[in-house]
Design a protein around this ligand. Structure first.
Ligand SMILES: *[C@@H]1O[C@H](CO)[C@@H](O)[C@H](O)[C@H]1NC(C)=O
Length: 204
């Protein structure tokens, strides 16, 4: 139910952006469009929406996520409770891993739940494309990986995303249960105050 509500909310937000881009840009001034990212500057704050695909590949010959710790009881847990992974996962514009690379998600995730597959994600998503090159967002939160849509908080950022606050909606696009290889579509909305006259606008 909660997931359904999130999907509906997201749909409404993106439909609004798609249907009224002229009005949004006209009213809000400067807007910057990329295929995978869009920033709207209201003068008081800047809001960026990001859409990308996250490729997490723990299996195969060149894994992008590796197990760095696993205590003995993990093997008796049906949720892998206790296992810790380190990842360096590509972020691309499309679900195809060969589509344009726009960033990398680097950091850790581990099984932090005994009842279901519930990961704690502590990862930096740094971007490589266009004006976002060199900027990053940090995501830290619970990822109920078996749910079709998960919400995770954006707790900060660097570069263009300095002082960012926001949220990410992660949708499983594809998963191979035997290896854990997964492609996850991310929609991220984050905003931060604009620095004006040496003062930072308050985010409310
Ligand atoms: C991103 O920035 C780095 C360092 O400034 C630069 O070497 C690289 O070519 C840039 N990448 C793109 C895609 O603009």
């Amino acid at each position: 139910m909660a997931n359904r509500l999130l999907e509906v909310a997201e749909f409404v937000i993106f439909t609004a952006l798609l249907t009224f881009p002229g009005q949004v840009c006209g009213r809000m001034g400067q807007a910057q469009a990329q295929t995978w990212a869009m920033t709207v500057d209201s003068g008081r704050e800047r809001t960026t929406t990001l859409h990308f695909y996250f490729h997490d590949t723990p299996g195969g010959k060149s894994p992008t996520a590796i197990r760095v710790a696993q205590p003995a009881p993990t093997s008796r847990s049906r949720t892998g409770f206790g296992v810790l992974m380190m990842a360096d996962d590509p972020l691309t514009v499309g679900p195809d891993p060969r589509s344009k690379l726009v960033g990398r998600a680097q950091g850790m995730y581990g099984s932090a739940c005994q009842d279901e597959v519930g990961l704690l994600m502590a990862m930096s998503y740094s971007f490589l494309d266009g004006p976002y090159n060199g900027s990053s967002i940090s995501i830290m939160g619970r990822n109920s990986a078996m749910q079709p849509v998960r919400e995770m908080p954006v707790v900060g950022g660097t570069g263009l995303f300095r002082m960012a606050r926001g949220y990410a909606l992660a949708h499983t696009h594809y998963i191979e249960y035997s290896t854990g290889n997964a492609v996850v579509r991310y929609n991220v909305i984050e905003n931060r105050g604009n620095k004006k006259d040496g003062q930072t606008a308050r985010l409310e």
